[in-house]
Design a binder for this molecule. Structure first.
Ligand SMILES: CC(C)(COP(=O)(O)OP(=O)(O)OC[C@H]1O[C@@H](n2cnc3c(N)ncnc32)[C@H](O)[C@@H]1OP(=O)(O)O)[C@@H](O)C(=O)NCCC(=O)NCCS
Length: 169
């Protein structure tokens, strides 16, 4: 298993934990500093920290109802109603100065692993990511997600992710 660049993971619980964290996207920083604490009943924010507690990346996840009416049959994942349920990576950011070194990719893998653990407890159809812009759609497609037509939202069936973790791919 590849070593991850953080020492520990912790849940967001106080503003102090994230006071000094900035990533390269204003909207993501605003969400983390202004909204993440209040969102805690619905959104779980995980901080990946160095030995001093400094946040390297963070990821925020929640469950979401996804409109898959116009999706492919894989994206509909068995839904006849046109809506489905997914584990959503809602926000993610890597600390400014540390981007481009594979940390985002490692976080995505951790989030997928967490989604598989949740799926094993109570199955649900989809893994979902909302890309911040067009350029990032390609970033998530390279991780195996498929875009819903005309949206910045990408999905992949959970059974596919679970299988890839089973086989170690
Ligand atoms: C997007 C982000 C999480 C990626 O993390 P990272 O650690 O830099 O990514 P990795 O090192 O795993 O991957 C780097 C690859 O992603 C690409 N990439 C990074 N940021 C990108 C962006 N904004 N748009 C398109 N591609 C991007 C790089 O070009 C690089 O491509 P390569 O592998 O072909 O060289 C990070 O750049 C970040 O925190 N950005 C600001 C916040 C943000 O945009 N969050 C995402 C919200 S959907």
């Amino acid at each position: 298993m590849t070593a991850v660049p953080w020492a520990d993971t912790t849940r967001l619980a106080t503003a102090d934990q994230i006071a000094r964290f900035e990533c390269d996207r204003v909207g993501v920083n605003e969400w983390l500093h202004d909204k993440a604490l209040a969102a805690r009943p619905n959104v779980q924010t995980t901080l990946y920290v160095d030995a001093d507690g400094g946040v390297i990346p963070f990821a925020a996840t929640t469950m979401v109802i996804v409109n898959v009416y116009e999706g492919t049959s894989a994206q509909r994942a068995g839904s006849r109603e046109g809506s489905s349920v997914g584990f959503l990576l809602a926000q993610m950011g890597v600390r400014t100065g540390l981007t481009g070194a594979g940390i985002g990719k490692a976080v995505l893998r951790e989030v997928m692993a967490a989604s598989v653990r949740a799926y094993r407890e109570a199955p649900f159809p989809l893994f979902v990511v909302d890309a911040a812009d067009e350029a990032l759609v390609g970033y998530y497609e390279r991780a195996g997600l498929r875009r819903l037509a005309g949206q910045f939202r990408l999905v992949t069936p959970m059974r596919q992710i679970a299988k890839s973790f089973d086989t170690g791919k």
